[in-house]
Design a protein around this ligand. Sequence first.
Ligand code: ADP
Ligand code: MG
Length: 617
Amino acid sequence: MAEATVEKHEFQAEIKQLLDIVVHSLYTDKEIFIRELVSNASDALEKMRHLQKVEKEIFDDKLELEINITTDDKANTITFQDFGVGMNKAELIENLGTIAHSGSKAFLKALKEKEGISENLIGQFGVGFYSAFMVASRVSVFTHSWDNNGEHLLWTSDGSGNFEIETMEGQRRGCKIIVHLNDDNKEYSGADKVKEILNRYSKYVPFPVNLNGEKINSIEALWLKQKRSIKKDEYIEFYKFQTNTSEDPASWIHFNADVPLAINAILFVPSENPERWGFGRIDPEVGLYCKKVLIDAKPDGLLPEWLRFLKGVVDSADLPLNISRETMQDSALVQKLNKVLTKRFLKYLKDEAKKNPEKYNEFYKKFGSYLKEGITMDFDHKDQLSKLLLYESSLTEKDKTTSLADYVSRMKEGQNDIYYIYAKNRKFIESGPYLEAFKARNLEALFLYEPVDEFVMSHLREFDGKKLVSADQADLELEDIADSSEGEPLEEEKAKALTEWIKGHFGDKVSSVEMSKRLVGSPAIALNSDKFMTSGMRSIMKAMNQEVEGNPTVKLELNTRHPLIKNISDLKDTNKELAELVVDQLYDNALISAGFLEDPRNIVDRVYKILERVSEK
Ligand code: ADP
Ligand code: MG
């Protein structure tokens, strides 16, 4: 007889950390370990179903694809056995000893990046296999891989720092996981308790689940049923099963079509957007099925990138079952599905925006950034997406928004363009130099608060045939409203002399200096003469840690009726030095208001100098 060898392994550092969190602090909701282990068993069976189609040699080939759960309240154990793919030794070490796999990895990443994230968000990540250690003093995994070359193995751990692997003859294909319950959690060895939990979690497991020999689920493919026959709660339960979370979805659409393609799909909008909280890019999670059989849980190319926040299922009877994950993106059929699904979802959003504006607003707050991404990345859908945009404007109250179409419907006689102003927030815009010109002319301006919005505008260029025009663009033409403003303008000759003198003083720092038609209250305004380097673009560059050197070259417009401008006109001849200090300050102020100032070092010194002069007797 061969000598029994027990190999001791240490968990990867990240796993130790994860185990520590899971065991000690995280969940009050311990029963989820049942959901996690059943979901792993179900995944292993899905993989098996696939392999059976492509592999000839399979270990223990005659076994049913099912999950058997047994409870033993004498031994205080609960056991999960599946006849799925199982694991060989290398896989055991990799999958149950390192953080290489999906669920836990995302979870730990989230934990690292966000301190004090809410329980709510934690619920969005499965902690997976390790959740068993919330209730266990020891976990044993008996396994044999589907591969004939695999070993007969036993993996055990008490969840502290190590696990052991030894050879254990006589294993069936798949995994048998015995959870030895600790003293505080003996209740999970009671059949009634476990049955109640399984009834909640296992309804949509696509394989038979047996508890102590009795089948307890009816395998349903909710998406193939008639919409009318499905209750709201069933969708919610299905969502929770599908996403392995305890959260309700925010909304969903379910559609069945036969032409041009056979499609049965349910698309869910989740209640939260993890990317919004800085958790990094999420993977698409709309599974692709053919006649109830899962082809790929996270297929690439089934939906456009900007719809990656959706969850759910898409089933098409037209798909060839043997379609491989590699060829999927190239498949004409998958591309067609993509088209149809995107169209349906966009139509749904359009209808929602109209029929349930408040609910749509909620959606937009959380997921609007994806729609904006779509506008900049997805040429085919950008026009439809532009109709879904919402912005505050000079005519809305704070936190109230308007669509571009509504803006257009309010445009004045003779107004050809749609105007927008970008700044950090409403306060900045309202106290900034741009808005006054629009207000004075009764023109509405959209308020953009995120750098990406300027990007969106420059991608769209126009909406409904109207140009989208930024308020800080130098070539923006606004009608002269001289009559309605106060004060006499500077005489034409003096004005000319002043602008030339200032241009001479600044040289290349300004593209031009002109008397302004647009200004109402401020003495001067800096306009962007660089169409690419908008202030939003500057913020994006800075956010990406790109060097943004110096102030941009701007066009300086002066308010010809402003007393300060009139004074400088004289001052330049009587006290050139002070006049220069004043226009330097004027220039910096204009840059600050416009969000362009990169180098504020000189300001304070200069202001002292000016104060010194004006305080001279
Ligand atoms: P996830 O399911 O998100 O990948 P888990 O922590 O739940 O993360 O599981 C880790 C890995 O262990 C799985 O990805 C899988 O490779 C392996 N595994 C877990 N349970 C089983 C099982 N019953 N059969 C085969 N492999 C399993
Ligand atoms: Mg899992």
